[in-house]
Design a protein. Sequence first.
Length: 91
Amino acid sequence: MHETGTGCRLTLVGLTYGNGPTLQEAADDLVCRLLNLVLCMRTSGLRIPSSLGPPDPRVMGFLWELGELAARGDDIRTRVIGLAESTDPAT
């Protein structure tokens, strides 16, 4: 997490980022970008130039797991952020 002149930026392992005036909005943006990434990856694959070397298997496993969750219609937010959304304002 980094503060910017206009709010927050969250970065996930150099894969993608989320920006927003608040931490919550930055997290929402990060999850949206990551969801788009994993859905595109599932649809058309992920081509990595050989000049970059092999991808980190842990990162690829994480992306695959997120894609599986999304394909089932599950919310990836819990897996990415680690917190379940709550509709109860007291929690």
